[in-house]
Design a protein around this ligand. Structure first.
Ligand code: URA
Length: 228
């Protein structure tokens, strides 16, 4: 149990680390506020899930800010005019199970036509290395922009593994979307895959010796699904 009588550690916002070049930090006040609510250990499961959906809409919005557009004629009730619509590569959202599924619904609300992939990984509690039990992705990954979803970028081992596998399956254009990132995760993923932009709502301080993010929010899967 955390010691709630101890002096709180500074929030990430009070001690912003230098944002690494491969990271896009989404710092909208609504995101920061909602994330603080999620971090609270007393936040109930239904609120946690709802807040994750809301924050993911902001993260997805930012992660997709450079989607290409082309002009097409659109007949308004008044006249026909050239208007921008999405063009270029189709999208694929890949969830790292199980917590990544907490981001999937909101991403699909933003782009309902995206394809969906799953990478199932379990983390060994001692080595903190992932073991894969599922890899199911669309066949045409090389023609899609791929967004990999996992709320927690902790050691970075799972993220790096998933992206290595996705590249081997053909993916060439990838982004990683998470809620919280630890410095170790950013470093590991950046070293393994410097081409992959990390979009996150916060850069936290550290990891504990079990690989949990500090100050973090605990086990995202347990908080999301009410398992504990
Ligand atoms: N996974 C989680 O769910 N939480 C952490 O803090 C780290 C990894």
């Amino acid at each position: 149990m955390p010691d709630h009588t101890a002096t709180p550690t500074p929030t990430p916002a009070e001690t912003p680390p230098e944002t690494p070049a491969n990271v896009t930090l989404v710092q909208h006040p609504l995101v920061r506020h909602k994330l603080s609510l999620m971090r609270d250990a007393t936040c109930p499961t239904n609120s946690f899930r709802h807040l994750l959906r809301e924050i993911t809409l902001f993260l997805g919005y930012e992660a997709m800010r450079d989607l290409p557009l082309e002009d097409r004629p659109v007949a308004t009730p008044m006249e026909t005019a050239q208007m921008p619509v999405l063009t270029g590569k189709k999208l694929c959202f890949v969830s790292i199970l199980r917590a990544g599924d907490g981001l999937m619904g909101a991403m699909l609300e933003l782009v309902p036509s995206a394809r969906v992939g799953h990478v199932g990984l379990v983390r060994d509690d001692t080595t903190l290395q992932p073991t894969e039990y599922l890899f199911k992705v669309p066949k045409d990954l090389e023609q899609r922009r791929v967004y990999v979803l996992d709320p927690m970028l902790a050691t970075g081992n799972s993220a790096a593994h998933a992206i290595t596998r996705l590249k081997a399956a053909g993916a060439k254009d990838l982004r990683f979307v998470c809620l919280l990132a630890a410095p170790q995760g950013v470093e590991t993923l950046g070293r393994a895959h410097p081409d992959v932009e990390i979009v996150t709502a916060a850069l936290d301080r550290d990891l504990d010796d079990r690989g949990y993010i500090l100050p973090g929010l605990g086990d995202a899967g347990d908080r999301l699904y009410g398992t504990k």
